[in-house]
Design a protein around this ligand. Structure first.
Ligand SMILES: Cc1cc2nc3c(=O)[nH]c(=O)nc-3n(C[C@H](O)[C@H](O)[C@H](O)COP(=O)(O)OP(=O)(O)OC[C@H]3O[C@@H](n4cnc5c(N)ncnc54)[C@H](O)[C@@H]3O)c2cc1C
Length: 454
């Protein structure tokens, strides 16, 4: 029998750490978190890695299970669809889902992080700040910590250690030193830069509030998500090198000219563009896959530490929170047998996290390029019409990922079949009235009904 209560130690009080801690403490474990950064509730620090996030059904489900979603509703802004901005300033709105219940939700990363830490601490989780994990013994779970203020190092013993320490995980680095650890990282040739559109008079948004704004420009794009204070958090995605790249934007004048030419309507709303541009770092984006996620029944990786993905499906934290849901479900029956739980967890999750990693890469092309194409917009209309007629069988890929908790792997497989089916159905068709519904019926029944249900 395990001695009770067991101590579970988490590295990282980012987004996944405190949510998982909350679930663990409620299941009777003693939970401690070590975080390398100062406490953002006391010291103003950047929340890092994008100012705000899009939360969708998987994240919401996990927050609801933790009893946090009701309060969070006050600090989110629902986004009903994409608002595309052409180079001439024309606007095209494309709803994300079949009706207004299918929205994604803009939330400040810092507000979410603070709410999670407050909730975890209120239930007895202890969070130690400015404690960097610098090493771990994977066999015993003994952690080496460095105090970021004094520079002193010490060891901490624990029953179980979970690395929630993000895409540059120190725990994963330790696993990488062992034998037969599979690891791949793939950086994009693109970087990102955070920018801001300030609020208008009376803290009102100067663009449509309930939309994710996109300026798609083929090889690159600008996006903007609304904040509750009336501002928009923008992210500019550009290649690092070459034409229209960060390398070319080396002076305030170059930035100004680039925006005048490529994003004129956004420029008119960004009086602090140059200051923002040069004050904020250029971030890199990486896909990380690895296995196994666990060692010796003592140590586990979760969230970005196990599977970092690029941000173009808005699923990184939704996927991480779904990790927490699955791990906590698996814990209940096999409590004490961590090795078994970790194995089951990886088996349940890895096929799905690999799938969302691929889907996120694909979605970059869709966002920066295809959303500006009238054929793409027509196909989206056809998809919604098919979903209305065959709601149990045909669910658009975007909706499977964003508005349903269908496993990502199933969404990917069904999505690929649906993509081929759509190409066949929409070829040479320009209006919903001209769609061959008999052919649609035949294709859908022949190709989708035998699959795992959507
Ligand atoms: C530009 C951008 C936009 C994004 N947009 C979205 C979105 O719209 N929707 C979405 O779902 N996801 C989005 N994501 C992904 C999302 O940010 C990540 O999936 C999420 O932050 C992962 O959470 P995590 O807790 O695993 O890691 P993190 O949030 O990175 O937290 C890790 C924590 O561990 C701490 N830490 C790291 N190393 C150590 C150490 N050695 N010792 C102690 N502490 C340590 C860090 O300080 C940090 O607090 C986006 C990402 C980017 C880059």
């Amino acid at each position: 029998m395990p001695r009770s209560p067991q101590t579970v130690t988490l590295i990282g009080a980012g987004l996944n750490g405190p949510l998982l801690a909350l679930g663990l403490v409620r299941r009777g474990f003693k939970v401690e978190i070590y975080e390398r950064r100062p406490d953002m509730r006391r010291v103003p620090i950047s929340a890092g890695r994008s100012i705000n996030l899009a939360l969708s059904v998987r994240g919401i489900h996990a927050l609801a299970e933790a009893g946090l979603w009701r309060d969070m509703r006050k600090i989110i802004i629902p986004m009903k669809g994409r608002m595309m901005h052409s180079i001439h300033g024309e606007l095209t709105f494309q709803p994300y889902g079949k009706d207004e219940s299918e929205v994604i939700n803009s939330i400040s990363r810092a507000d979410l992080n603070i709410a999670l830490m407050n909730a975890a601490e209120a239930q007895g989780v202890k969070i130690f700040f400015q404690q960097r994990c610098v090493g771990v013994d994977l066999q015993t779970g003994t952690i080496q910590l460095c105090d970021e203020i004094s520079g002193n190092e010490r060891s901490v013993e624990t029953d179980v250690l979970i690395g929630c320490d993000g895409s540059a995980s120190a725990i994963r680095s330790e696993m990488l030193k062992g034998i037969r650890f599979n690891f791949s990282q793939q950086y994009l040739d693109y970087g990102y830069k955070e920018l801001t559109i300030p609020d208008g008079p009376a803290r009102k948004h100067v663009l449509e509030t309930n939309a994710l704004h996109i300026w798609p420009r083929g090889n690159y794009m600008l996006i903007a998500l609304p904040n509750v204070d009336g501002t928009f958090a923008c992210i500019l995605f550009l290649p690092f090198q070459g034409q229209d790249s960060f390398a070319e934007l080396a002076s305030p004048q170059a930035v100004q000219e680039f925006f005048e030419l490529r994003f004129p309507d956004a420029l008119s709303l960004m009086p602090q563009l140059s200051q923002n541009f040069f004050a904020n770092p250029t971030g890199a984006m990486v896909t990380i896959k690895c296995s196994p996620w666990h060692a010796a029944g003592k140590v586990l990786l979760l969230g970005d530490a196990a599977h970092a993905i690029v941000p173009f499906f808005g699923q990184g934290i939704n996927c991480g929170f779904e990790d927490c849901t699955v791990l906590l479900q698996l814990l209940d029956p096999s409590r004490g047998n961590w090795e078994h739980t970790f194995r089951e967890f990886e088996q349940a999750r890895r096929v799905n996290t690999d799938a969302i990693a691929d889907l996120a890469l694909e979605n970059f092309v869709e966002m920066r390029d295809r959303v500006a194409d009238p054929r793409f917009l027509f196909r989206k209309k056809v998809e919604l019409a098919l979903e209305a007629k065959y709601p149990e069988i045909f669910v658009p890929k975007y909706s499977m990922v964003t508005f349903h908790r269908i496993p990502y792997g199933t969404a990917k497989t069904r999505g690929e079949i649906q993509d081929r089916l759509m190409a066949e159905l929409c070829d040479g068709v320009n209006s919903l009235d001209d769609l061959d519904w008999t052919k649609a019926d035949h294709l859908i029944r022949a190709q989708l009904t035998a699959l795992e249900p959507a």
